[in-house]
Design a binder for this molecule. Structure first.
Ligand SMILES: NC(=O)c1ccc[n+]([C@@H]2O[C@H](COP(=O)([O-])OP(=O)(O)OC[C@H]3O[C@@H](n4cnc5c(N)ncnc54)[C@H](O)[C@@H]3O)[C@@H](O)[C@H]2O)c1
Length: 328
């Protein structure tokens, strides 16, 4: 049993990561400001929970007192589109917050620091087969702040004895996303319209393309990191399934999963900071994680709708968090 801090542990990915760490018998402290975007906020009853902001001195002091041995740092303003609503908050959480947490990790000498970065750091110029060595050229507020976070991890921790792993996550989808929030997570947005029985609104071209990974795969990769003996002291990975899908094909698969041949789709103007397309090579990740096999988009959507179709059309999804259903 290891003492593990999960920042952002009440958010979409963080809640799943927390749950798996608890199942693996670790003692988990979740620190979260509960400003969750796109996920249904969920606090696992089996973890210690501290409501707080990672940029606040009082919060950092409490973390220091608890003395985690491992930090999973997921807390972030996590949406590219909403970053434009409040760029200062985006930078403070993602850039400054990561700097402060890395300094704390150094001071209390944690063993491992795992940081969830984003595909957004590559910017919108790159397209197919992005590798970890591809040029970094963030051109969105969110991409810039997530990359600032990476640079702080490097600057503060690379020369210490602390192991680090940075994951540039590509679009993750699955149960636990907030289907009422139609500004983050392409898969969740389209599924949300279907769940609400409303026309699917596509902002931008149907030919845009993405690389999607299912939440269970993302969770397993992140949590397997700490026991993975193949990893070097400082690692950097693209976390993606490595398959490219156009928006058109994604919508086709979503409709097919629900046995719908026809559905109303409305195309609107694209959003600021949105990339036309990206697709990653996950060769390095798979090499280091025993040839990890990601589930297909078809399988992932099936699992996603097994959950979605059980939820009545309500505004508040709190009681329908998949982990609440599973753990209660
Ligand atoms: N979901 C994706 O597809 C995706 C893709 C790329 C990167 N990521 C990264 O993965 C991580 C998790 O994303 P998510 O989709 O679960 O987002 P999320 O918004 O659901 O979760 C983030 C959590 O962090 C918390 N938080 C935000 N700012 C905070 C602060 N200053 N102090 C304390 N808590 C704070 C929020 O309340 C939220 O619960 C983020 O770092 C995000 O940038 C996610």
């Amino acid at each position: 049993m290891t003492k593990i801090l999960v920042t952002g542990g009440a958010g979409f990915i963080g809640a799943h990561v927390t749950d798996r760490l608890i199942k693996l018998n670790h003692e988990v402290l979740v620190v979260d400001s509960l400003k969750t975007i796109g996920g249904i906020p969920f606090i696992n009853r089996k973890c210690k929970f501290l409501k707080g902001d990672i940029t606040s001195k009082a919060t950092l002091k409490k973390i220091k007192k608890w003395k985690p041995k491992i930090i999973f740092h997921l807390a972030a303003q996590s949406c590219s589109e909403t970053a434009y609503d409040n760029p200062k908050e985006d930078y403070l959480s993602n850039g400054m917050g990561t700097y402060l947490l890395a300094l704390l990790a150094k001071e209390i000498k944690v063993k491992y620091f795992i940081y969830t970065s984003s595909v957004s750091v590559y910017g919108s110029k790159l397209k197919n087969n992005i590798t970890e060595k591809s040029t970094i050229e963030p051109d969105s507020i969110y991409g810039i702040s997530k990359y600032a976070g990476e640079m702080f991890v490097k600057q503060v921790l690379y020369k210490t004895k602390i192991k680090t792993a940075i994951f540039r996550i590509f679009n993750t989808y699955g149960p636990g996303e907030n289907l009422n929030f139609l500004r983050k997570g392409m898969v969740s947005i389209f599924c949300g319209y279907l769940w609400k029985k409303k026309p699917i609104i596509v902002k931008g071209s149907l030919n845009r393309f993405r690389d999607f990974n299912y939440i269970d795969d993302c969770t397993k990769i992140l949590t397997n990191t700490i026991e993975n003996k193949k990893l070097k002291k400082n690692e950097l990975f693209n976390l993606s399934a490595g398959k490219s899908f156009t928006v058109k094909k994604l919508i086709f698969e979503i409709l097919k999963t629900n046995n719908k041949n026809k559905y109303s789709i409305k195309i609107q103007k694209g959003t600021q900071g949105d990339s036309f397309g990206y697709h990653a090579s996950n060769k390095y990740l798979r090499k280091k994680f025993d040839n990890y096999k990601f589930i297909s988009l078809k399988q992932g959507l099936k699992k996603y709708f097994n959950w979605i179709n059980k939820i009545p059309n309500k505004k508040n999804l709190t009681n329908y968090h998949p982990l609440k259903i599973k753990n209660d």
